[in-house]
Design a binder for this molecule. Structure first.
Ligand code: ADP
Ligand code: MG
Ligand code: ZN
Length: 473
């Protein structure tokens, strides 16, 4: 049977404020051609000036994947002619990329696997061509946005592994805060190189490159389709005829890949060092700053488990996104018990977020959640009442204490009110009190239940327990 061989090329936009070779804004979604200047319009005589932030972000990435950082790297011109690239070449890196030879450890169904990262290099993004019925338009706002192209070794053996790799990569970029990595907005784009070979064979067979993959679901489906197509060709004795090196596009309507163009060889790009840009030499101080990277998801999981006593499965959940981890850590920093914070975040808050509302757009901010959980911890309201408060806060912009007041959810912690009810319950159940005194311990729970019931949920259960113990020992 066949073995699947996949190598991925990811283009991720670095989240610098300005473009890589000029000071135009990188902001997304604005009116066409409003973020352009002589440099990114490729007017004659305009010269590129390298954005240091982009270099720093690339170095941080290399550090996170245990790669070699080339303190001296070179920018090349990669020639090709499309209107969205008005210079008729793209500034990119070729022989000496800034990042070389790293790794990502992926986890597929509990098994860890090392995937090699060949290189990561800096380059500029192109603009966008927009084709309408009778005309084509060009928007150059995106032209010159810094890109990091991250190329994997052909180490992936299934579409599941490919998706696991991409999710891991995505997480690293987000936790490093070097890219928005937003697939819908195109700031995280993936091309998949796919080939098959007979099991046991170690040589690489002909690869097909699939472009236009903008969701994890489509990446999976495109790879699966392509593997199917190549295997069928092999089995029909038509492999040589039907599988050749080419670029294919994924048709998201019919879920098939279609031939787009024959594959360029790197020779066709006629790379040569860009005479307008000196080789990049990273100063020691800048390098030392860039390699100081924040804690990544994996390290957070380990720390939540060992320092906070969070279950591993919960810790994985809490680090699904950088926003989620931040929210959680804000609760912990405010002194909320980890177990309470975990449950209220994963079960209560996430359970109430839907219709595309995420933790970032949650109507209940971490500050509000802290106030709410403090009111559970200090006994002002019960956990059950807190859920009502949360329901209310999901719909209304209000502060926690006034909602507690408004909904009348305050627990009675006032001893005398509780003692009065305890006396009443004990008097009405003299026979059961006798049984309890004769050793029937479980009667205690019965009394608690009766008192709580009489208190109509407004009594603080801890307080009831304490006062009842004081009464009957
Ligand atoms: P290019 O830039 O021309 O696409 P690269 O040499 O940078 O070429 O390789 C692109 C990707 O293709 C890499 O991720 C690599 O791992 C992958 N790749 C190379 N050969 C194969 C193959 N036979 N099957 C699957 N993937 C492959
Ligand atoms: Mg390629
Ligand atoms: Zn510009």
């Amino acid at each position: 049977m066949f073995e699947v061989v996949i190598g991925l090329e990811v283009h991720t936009q670095l989240n610098t404020k300005t473009k890589i070779f000029c000071s135009c804004s990188t902001s997304f979604g604005d009116e066409a051609n409003t973020h352009v200047c002589p440099t990114c319009l490729a007017l004659p005589g305009a010269l590129p000036v390298l954005n240091k932030e982009a270099v720093k972000k690339a170095i941080s990435f290399g550090t996170a994947i245990n790669a070699k950082i080339n303190k001296k790297s070179v920018f090349n011109r990669k020639n090709y002619f499309y209107p969205d690239l008005p210079k008729a070449y793209q500034i990119s890196q070729f022989e000496i990329p800034i990042v070389e030879g790293g790794e990502l450890i992926i986890d597929v169904n509990g098994t860890k696997k090392r995937i090699g990262v060949t290189r990561a290099h800096l380059e500029e993004d192109a603009g966008k061509n927009i084709h309408e019925e009778n005309e084509s338009l060009v928007d150059l706002n995106r032209a010159g946005t810094p890109l990091l192209e991250i190329v994997s070794e052909p180490d992936l053996r299934s579409s599941d592994e490919a998706v696991a790799y991409l999710k891991k990569l995505h997480s690293i970029l987000r936790f490093l805060n070097i890219s928005d990595a937003n697939m819908q907005e195109g700031s995280f784009r993936c091309d998949a190189n796919v080939s098959i070979r007979p099991k046991g064979d170690t040589k690489l067979y002909t690869r097909v490159e699939i472009k236009n993959l903008n969701s994890f679901k489509f990446i999976q489906k495109a790879i699966d389709y392509e593997v199917e197509r190549q295997s069928a060709a092999w089995e029909d004795g038509k492999y040589d005829e039907e599988v050749y090196q080419e670029t294919r596009l994924f048709d998201t309507t019919n879920l098939v890949t279609r031939s787009m163009r024959g594959k360029e060889d790197s020779a066709e790009y006629r790379y040569f060092p860009d005479p307008d840009l000196l080789p990049v030499e990273v100063p020691e101080e800048m390098y030392n700053e860039a390699i100081k990277i924040p804690e990544l998801a994996e390290q957070k999981v380990a720390r939540y488990v060992s320092e906070l006593g969070v279950k591993e499965s919960d810790a994985l959940n809490l680090t699904q996104s950088v926003e989620m981890a931040r929210y959680f850590e804000e609760l912990i920093a405010a002194g909320i018990q980890p177990k309470l914070a975990t449950t209220w975040l994963i079960v209560e808050l996430l359970g109430r977020l839907n219709n595309g509302v995420t933790i970032e757009t949650s109507p209940v901010s971490s500050a509000k959640m802290i106030n709410l959980l403090k009111r559970i911890e200090d006994g002002t309201i019960s956990g059950k009442a807190a859920k009502e408060v949360l329901d209310y806060l999901m719909e209304h912009d209000a502060d926690v204490d006034s909602v507690i007041e408004k909904l009348g959810l305050k627990q009675v912690s006032d001893d005398s009110a509780i003692i009065a009810i305890i006396d009443q319950i004990l008097a009405a159940n003299a026979d059961k009190v006798e049984e309890y005194k004769n050793g029937k311990d479980k009667m205690f729970g019965f009394f608690v239940g009766q008192v709580m019931k009489e208190g109509k949920g407004a009594f603080n259960p801890g307080k009831v327990n304490e006062l009842l113990k004081a009464k009957i020992g």
